[in-house]
Structure formats: C-alpha cells, structure tokens
Design a protein around this ligand. Structure first.
Ligand SMILES: Cc1cc2nc3c(=O)[nH]c(=O)nc-3n(C[C@H](O)[C@H](O)[C@H](O)COP(=O)(O)OP(=O)(O)OC[C@H]3O[C@@H](n4cnc5c(N)ncnc54)[C@H](O)[C@@H]3O)c2cc1C
Length: 510
C-alpha cells in the first residue's frame, strides 16, 4: 500500500495497482508502437523518400506560421507536440494558450560518409539513429542515452553522454541547423553562415524558431565496448580518478561513474573494439533477460571491493549506448518494483521499458503531486573541480542514490554557456533521479539551495526539469547577451516566442 492521497475510486485503482495498468496496457501498447515506428522508419529510409518529402514538410510549417501572421500575431507560438510525448516529466501549461505549430518531421534524411555527418529531422530519436547507423559501421559522436530522446529536444535543450569529455555536448557535434523563423522564412545556419543564430539556438528551447533539420557529426563505430569497472570506497579517490580519466591527453572513448552512496561507487572507462578479448567476458546487457545495468555495476562494485581488482567486460556497442534505457536509469524501480526479477525478465523483459510518453499520459494526478513533493529529477552541470563539494551538498539536500556522473568538455563558444577561461573547460553532469531520503527535504527550498551552489560555482542546470530560480538568477546562470541580440534582430521573434525563462520556469511547466 502506498501513502498517496487519492480523490476517487479510479484514481485509487490507478495508484495502488499502477503496475497492473503498466503490465496490461502500457507494455503491450509500447511494444506495438516500437514495432510500428521501426518498420515505418526502415521502409522510409530504404525507399529514400524522406529527402524528397522534407521540402514539402518544411513548407507546411512555413504555411502555419504565415497563417499566424495573417491572423494578427495575437498569441505566442510553440510546437504542437503534446507534453506527454516528451521525456521531461513536466507538463507545459503554455501549450494550452499558445498557437500550436505542427512540426511532424520524423526522418533521417541523408548520411554523408565523406564528411562524416548525418542530416536528420527534429523528431528523429536516438534509438532510431543508432539503429540506422549501426549497420553502416557508424555512430553519432555523442549518443544521449535514452532511446526516445529526440534530435530537436537535444538541440534546443541539451544532450550529453559518456563520450562528451572528448566531443562536448550534443550542440558541439551539430554543424548546421535549418529553421523556420517567426516571419515564415527558412534559414540555415552554421559557424560560417548566420553564426549568431547558430550559436544562440542550443539551450534556446524553441524560442528563436522551429528547427526543421540538423546536420550532426558521426564517428566510425566498432562492434563492442571494452569496459573497465573500477570500484571505490571513498569519494575523494573516486573524484580524483574520474577527473584524471576525463582530462587525460589520450583519454578512453567513454568515461562514466555511478555513486551508490556518498563514498562508494564505480568509475567506468571504455573503448570501442572489434573483438572480445581474453581479459574479460562478453556481457550482452541488451538481451531481454539481462539484469538492469545499474544493478550489475553495483554487484561489480561489491565484488571489486572484496578482491581489490578492477573488472573488464565486453558489451555490444548498441547495448552500451542504451545501457540505462531498459530501467530508465533507475526510475523504473519505483514504477515496476519487480521489473528486475529473474522470472519477470525472462517472460516480459522484451516488452521493457514502457514508453515514457504513455507512462505520463496515464499518470494519475495524485502521482503527479507525489512526484512534485517527494521526487527529485535534476541534472546539474558543474566545473570538474567542484565535483566533491557538489556531491557533499547533494547528499545533504537530497540523499538520492545512485547518482550519475558524466564528464563533458565545455568549449568556449558564443552562446548561453560561458567558461571562465581558455578554449574549453571540463565539467561534470551530476544526475539525481529518485526519492530523496535527506532529513528535512523540501522540494523547493532544497532545490533552491542546490541551484544557488551551482550558480555560484559557474555551473548550469539542465532545463528539462523544474527550475526554481527567479528570472534574474536565471539570467545570471545563462548568458543572454547573444540570445537577446538575435531575438532583437529577427522579425516578429519577440512576439512569437517567450524568453527561455518564460518557457521553462515552474509556473508554466507544472
Ligand atoms: C527520464 C529522462 C532521462 C533523460 N536522459 C538523458 C540522457 O541520457 N542524456 C541526456 O543528454 N539527456 C537526458 N535527459 C534530458 C534531455 O536531454 C532533455 O529532456 C532534452 O530536452 C530532450 O528531450 P525531448 O527529446 O523529449 O525534447 P522535448 O522536451 O520535446 O523538447 C525540449 C525543448 O525543445 C523544444 N523543441 C523540440 N523540438 C523543437 C523543434 N523542432 N523546433 C523548436 N523547438 C523544439 C521544445 O519546445 C522544448 O522546449 C533525460 C530526461 C529525462 C526526463
């Protein structure tokens, strides 16, 4: 029995027997949806019909914007994608009052093996891209983890993964954007063509125009990742190793760490290889019966601490890229508590995970309220040398474990994110997802103290989650100089779109 207050019988059933709803409806529906999208995308890609249709689809977006101009520009604009379909657990109430523009562009347009790029429409997902690129021996330079994340969301918001200590954030592997602007025109921008717009687009949350395609860098891919697991029983040593691995002159291709308590965790370093070596076993973590990856890593940590040795495994590349997808990092353990049980995995593992969109669509109000009161989902980006201090504070304020640590290089480029000196600075994304156990935890005040720490330490908050900052604090965290200049220069832009804060602050994203 949960302790959630419900308002009627239906809500009571949905809350107390949520796992039944998930098992009986959401998992089969999610499966059918996945099969349909795979078949549809495969057919469109092999028939090469997408590039021909792209022009027509962009025209359709332009026509909708022109209609809005004709109608007198009385409301603001946003994409028509309902918020239940996005990864963020928040619902954008602004969707109800803004004019919704349908930007239904879902295809991979072309793969250029000479320039090592792929051109995609904004609703292409990470799972779709890794599936398309894998047979060609290619992969995105940065593959944000969860299958359902979209190119549009990752460009307009942000994206990060365990190769980001080499390649930077998702925005840093994008070389060109195509947008429909508020005056109905189509523009392309890159570092050489309309550079101000190009650098202002990332983190703009759809407040400069509608993205209709992006050109993204790809890299050669191999079959497996040779992954080393290094267990630690002390935060200081773990942070030192994590930082050293991220900053090496010739670093491993992948660096990540999971903390299971404040002082225990595992630093993982990996490289692509073509064959399974003799120093470790093959672990096909993508198989339907495989245990959730974070629980496997926890076991490696326990074993490693007992023997004092690091462990090596070989993981198929695509399984590695999407290693946290099946358990939605560790969020699924609160929704399907028996999801990692052997029998469940054997019988139903192939149906996992349920689509986040369907989970959100069927989430009762009482659960939404509980999530707001007693659940943290935050990614805070801080300079690497602040890692230890940040973890200490997160422990004091949240006490949520595991914690995800992912290093990334922040290049000194124009835009909303500023580094303090040099061509680049190494940062770390600290991801906290789960039920806080810290004494005295209060969603707003605890998060505000963490936001304050991040801001004072020249860090940033990912904006898919709740931000409690005031507008002034928000503008201090994100440099708006270029952004304001671009908004000023684009016809109707300020009438069409709110500022970023007006789209991501808690009042409009309840
Ligand atoms: C459970 C969970 C797991 C996550 N895991 C990861 C992870 O592993 N790695 C990672 O990097 N991030 C992760 N994130 C955060 C993620 O990067 C952001 O949510 C990101 O914005 C992508 O989400 P989305 O594809 O659902 O985009 P959306 O939420 O749909 O879009 C984000 C913003 O971009 C705007 N936008 C989208 N498309 C367009 C367009 N065509 N034109 C104009 N504006 C547009 C939207 O209006 C919105 O404001 C995770 C988030 C959650 C909730």
């Amino acid at each position: 029995m949960t302790n959630i207050e419900t308002e009627n019988l239906t809500e009571y059933i949905l809350v107390e027997y949520r796992w039944v709803v998930v098992m009986a409806f959401l998992l089969p529906l999610s499966f059918l949806w996945k099969v349909w999208s795979c078949v549809r995308n495969y057919v469109v890609f092999t028939l090469s019909s997408a590039p021909k249709m792209h022009h027509k689809k962009v025209k359709d977006v332009q026509n909708q914007v022109k209609e809005w101009i004709k109608a007198g520009r009385t409301t603001k604009l946003c994409t028509a994608r309902p918020t239940w379909q996005t990864m963020s657990f928040r619902h954008g109430v602004y969707k109800k009052t803004f004019t919704n523009i349908k930007v239904n562009l879902v295809d991979v347009l072309e793969i250029d093996t000479k320039n090592m790029t792929v051109r995609c429409e904004p609703l292409v997902t990470m799972g779709q891209l890794s599936r398309t690129l894998e047979p060609l021996g290619l992969a995105l330079a940065v593959v944000p983890e969860l299958d359902q994340l979209t190119v549009g969301g990752l460009v307009m918001g942000t994206g990060i993964e365990t190769s980001s200590h080499v390649h930077g954030l998702f925005q840093h592997i994008c070389t060109q954007y195509e947008l429909v602007l508020a005056d109905g025109s189509v523009v392309t921008c890159s570092k050489d063509e309309n550079p101000d717009l190009f650098y202002a687009v990332p983190w703009s949350y759809g407040t400069l125009g509608f993205l209709t395609s992006a050109v993204i860098k790809v890299v050669p891919a191999k079959k497996f990742v040779r992954l080393e697991y290094h267990p630690y029983s002390n935060l200081r040593d773990l942070a030192a190793r994590f930082s050293e691995e991220s900053l090496k002159k010739a670093p491993h291709q992948f660096v990540e760490a999971l903390l299971y308590t404040k002082d225990t965790g595992v630093v993982m370093v990996g490289d692509m290889v073509d064959e399974v070596g003799s120093d470790g076993r093959l672990n096909q973590i993508g198989k339907w019966y495989a245990r959730w990856f974070f629980t496997q890593v926890r076991d490696h940590m326990e074993a490693g601490r007992a023997t004092g040795r690091a462990l090596v495994e070989y993981i198929p590349l695509r399984d590695y890229y999407h290693r946290h997808t099946r358990s939605l990092f560790w969020e699924l353990q609160d929704i399907i508590s028996f999801g990692n049980n052997f029998i469940f995995r054997l019988l139903f593992g192939w149906l996992m995970p349920p689509e986040v969109s369907l989970l959100k669509l069927t989430q009762p109000e009482a659960v939404t309220k509980l999530y707001e009161r007693a659940h943290v989902i935050q990614d805070m980006l801080v300079p690497m040398d602040r890692l230890e201090a940040a973890v200490e504070l997160f422990h004091e304020e949240f006490q949520v474990y595991p914690i995800w640590l992912c290093p990334f290089k922040l290049f000194n480029q124009p835009g909303q994110l500023k580094v303090t000196a040099g061509d680049w600075q190494m940062f770390v994304d600290i991801g906290v997802y789960g039920v806080p156990k810290a004494k005295g935890f209060k969603t707003e005040s605890s998060t505000r103290r963490v936001e304050d720490f991040v801001s004072k330490n020249d860090g940033f908050q990912m904006l898919y989650a709740d931000t409690y900052t005031t507008k002034e604090e928000f503008r201090r965290m994100f440099d708006h100089t270029l952004y304001d200049k671009v908004r000023e220069s684009l016809t109707y832009c300020k009438e069409a779109f709110p500022e970023i804060y007006g789209k991501v602050n808690r009042d409009v994203r309840k």
